[in-house]
Write a protein that binds this ligand. Structure first.
Ligand code: ATP
Ligand code: ZN
Length: 224
């Protein structure tokens, strides 16, 4: 299915949506996102905006289903690790790191635990939604552990007896605190990024991207 319109994927609703939308608008894209539609047409440029779950964005870009995506580096890197483990293509071009979506992926343990280093967790059960990034951290240290995959509510896993520790996204630490946990190790620092499919695009699409990039660059500089 060939289309001349540039396709950009962004998170439909969540922590990245507002900033993603604001960034595109600031580049001059007239977007009407009022309707609860999957696809929004940009009125003044040959661009369509796809609004999806953030987890779907790296794959859509890697498979060339969309041309650009705005996504947390944490989600991008996790999907790359997942695909690499399966021997699948996982390349994308990171066009620009953005100035929103800051967070860190951290290990947290019960408050009362006497944590002196990652070795303390050798052989323990660790709950996470990011098994690839967690595995990489332990592999680099040559430590064994047991991964417990949870799509959500990771922070309640230790209290529920499902895991000894967790590996989860943190921004303030309030959620950890509320669950009797303490952050002991940052394993990945993340921001949102603008990514492009690795395969070459039709020249009209590439020209449009080349026209948008300086505007994005300018916006980011002005906000510094
Ligand atoms: P979706 O319904 O799209 O799957 P989600 O619940 O997976 O949404 P959000 O909680 O909206 O995702 O987070 C999206 C991204 O925002 C994260 O992957 C991360 O890059 C970034 N982020 C920034 N701060 C935080 C935080 N404190 N907790 C979680 N994510 C954060
Ligand atoms: Zn998600």
């Amino acid at each position: 299915m060939e289309t001349q319109r540039l396709r950009i994927a962004m998170q439909k609703s969540g922590r990245l949506s507002q900033d993603s939308q604001a960034l595109l608008k600031s580049c001059g894209l007239k977007i009407n996102l009022l309707e609860q539609r999957l696809i929004a047409h940009v009125e003044n440029m040959p661009i369509d905006i796809l609004r999806v779950r953030d987890d779907d964005i790296p794959g859509l870009v890697m498979d060339g289903v969309v041309d650009l995506g705005i996504i947390g580096e944490n989600v991008l890197e996790e999907e790359q690790l997942r695909r690499q483990a399966l021997g699948q293509a996982a390349e994308v071009k990171v066009l620009k790191q953005l100035d929103f979506g800051s967070c860190r992926l951290s290990l947290a343990v019960p408050r009362e635990m006497n944590y002196t280093g990652a070795e303390c967790l050798a052989g323990k059960r660790i709950a996470t939604s990011y098994p690839g990034l967690l595995q990489r951290f332990f592999d680099e240290r040559g430590l064994p552990f047991k991964s417990v995959m949870l799509g959500g509510s990771v922070e309640v896993a230790p209290r529920a007896g499902l895991a000894d520790a967790i590996c989860d996204l943190v921004s303030t630490g309030a959620t950890l605190e509320a669950n009797g946990l303490k952050e002991v190790e940052v394993i990945y620092r993340s921001k949102a990024a603008l990514i492009q499919a690795a395969q070459p695009l039709e020249s009209s699409k590439q020209q449009l991207i080349d026209k948008l990039m300086p505007r994005i660059q300018g916006m980011l500089q002005a906000r510094e």
